[in-house]
Design a protein around this ligand. Sequence first.
Ligand code: KVW
Length: 836
Amino acid sequence: MAHIRFYKSQPKPHITKLAELGMDKEQLEADFKRYYGHRLGRDENCRTLNYAYQALSMAISDRLTERWKRTYNAYKNQDCRKAYYLSMEFLMGRTLSNAMLSLGIHDAVDEAMYDLGLELEELVDNEPDAGLGNGGLGRLAACFLDSCATLGLPVNGYGLRYEYGMFSQDIVNGEQIEKPDHWLRNGNVWEIERLEYRQRIKFGGRTETRTDGNGVLRVSWVDTRDVYAVPFDTPIPGYQNGTVNTLRLWKATATDEFDLQEFNAGDYAESVAEKNTAENITMVLYPNDANENGKALRLRQQYLLASASLQDIIETWVGRHGHDFASFADKHCFQLNDTHPSIAVAELMRLLVDIYGLPWDKAWAITSSTMAYTNHTLLPEALERWSVNLFRQLLPRLLEIIFEINARFLAEVSARWPNDTSRLRRMSLIEEGREQYVRMAYLAIAGSYSVNGVAQLHSELLQKGLFRDFYELWPHKFNNKTNGVTPRRWLAACNPNLAELITKTIGDGWLTDLSQLQHLKRYVDDKAFCGRWREIKQQAKQNLIDFKKQELGFDLNVNALFDVQVKRIHEYKRQLLNVLHVIHLYDRIKRGDTANWTDRCVLIGGKAAPGYFMAKRIIKLINNVSNVINNDPQVGDKLKLIFLPNYRVSAMEKICPGADLSEQISTAGKEASGTGNMKFMMNGALTIGTLDGANIEIREEAGDGNFFLFGLNAQEVEDLHHHYDPKAIIQQDADLQRVMRLLECGHFNPFEFGIFDTLIASIKSPHDPWMTIADFRSFINAQKRVETAYRDQERWTKMSILNCAASGKFSTDRTIREYNNEIWKLTPVIVDNGNV
Ligand code: KVW
């Protein structure tokens, strides 16, 4: 790429020196008008909100850019150690309101828009979600970036710029219909394309070995079909601290060779189709959350992310230090978000050995002291394995490197445990059998200096179960980092009324030190404070009702208990258990058992992986049950069941302030952490939950009197598998019998014979891994305790306040501090905050 030339030879071009942009209402308004009128060419006759949203976003983006450059220069000048968060998913959601909050200009912008006759909230709601993730794992990456920037840590994110994000969910006749999410349709104001930093990525071909002048074996990877990865950068602002970090997302494009081939062969159509093969790589996010998927395109995506990111980093290094990698490991750290980017272990070896000529041992020392791996699940079906044959076709050189890593690794194992062949077979990075597979989690562990789980229980189970052999070999690598969520988005921005009350009561220190929420405990007996707390919760519930009113066609009762379960639809998360409870309540109403009744509105939302039959059928069941209940005049306001379509980040921002009860009811030992549970707690919802994932720590913090516990624990689930007999349990429980009878007689599917048979069979099977029936009675009893508590509104409000007050631990600021103190070891960098 050609560089700019200046007519006078100057050390630095002066065209980049800019005056500071004003942060006051007048300046913002002027910039808005200029963008709206000049850049976008609109006037008062323009009828769509979109251009107003864009003009405002451009004005705000400019202010971020100033801080972004200052941050970049501060990192460069200090030559500091940096961490890189490598993730296939960054579920960013919307950017505008977060940007305003970070810059501290929300009120100024609000006033400026008001002057112009615009409603800021409408502009904010116009922004499409950046839905580049499935669920918790992708949103965690986004919350992490927010906390890193807020803590002034030099951490950048690397990911993929999918053209199509998480599909949008329609419900037609009770069933999920997926619609592609072309989120870039109206452009993306927040990103900057950096063509000058594109990288070349190899695929296919073969390897050649020769001996160099010094008698050393050299391997080259030749006859490859290359693509380019082009980076798009998004600013990640810290909270009012002048730091703006970078999220760099790669887009795949064709190389020029495609044009050449087309020219020479004269086969235009074929050649353009080839071009598509290249651009397809980053076309779409795989919509599978915690389900294995062995598709070649997914492996291409993973390699493109790893290779482009590492080449990018090494290019910067070589630009400054030449081929001297002696202190590379002191300055870099790569956090692998699950095994998805773990091919980076082999890719860094390839770059160091093949391209920069380092001896294997030196390269391995660098790799295994810069990589750190986070595991997010114990579910065997979610553990990535790639067929060796597929690997050989697509990435032949990387397969060779993995075999070499494995040979040396197995030598280490057999030195430690001589003659233990079954251990060697268990631990090998290659799974043997009719077909060979690469075990990506083992590659990640072997290549990393840190391996962490995402909640206390999960980390313990990893050490005792899934990674037991590795824990025996390298106990020092293993650690826990309990997840969190960013309190800026998940309290300050999404619940401004509650945030204001908190700030009025204890000051605004909680925004960057969430443990300060504990000072709220002093106010649980303050009548005025409790009254205001309750008012705000009621208002949030009303907002949620108003938001849903149009699509529902009816109002919900604001005094009903709002009982919410929103998350991906998966059998282990047990939306079915929730439905069994709803059917039980319905049954009680129908038989007149309604003494001391608590009105309840059950809200369930979430997407099913398009190929996950059972999950889709669960959605259908929820909608069918909902239809029967909501249209039964005898039920009325006592009970409602609502399916919330197209659950996503921006929906959760409206849902969590209005929730009374948070459903966290997974089979114990299956949910690694959960993070929705933390968002609800922060917004004053109470949790009904099992001893699973971070629920355990939530209960510890809130106190067991402020948490509705039920169900088997992980050990009991494990033990029960040998003699689980759901049919016997049903027989001994009259309520459960009635619920099963309603389901089995087709009460909820009178014109759709048999459609729920597989669901019914799955929970009645002695092999049901999720043990829904086992926890039914205990769940019903816990729900009764919920009702009793809710009927005493004063008691409930106190419990709500105590939950919020105890949620400090679940800020990603705490999580990231732990990552930094124990894994990354970065020094915070103070950036001049300009005129904020
Ligand atoms: C493939 C996942 C997308 C594609 C997980 S486990 C595996 C995946 C796999 C996602 N996601 C979730 O990670 C969250 C963040 O740590 C946890 O809170 C949650 O329990 C876990 O299921």
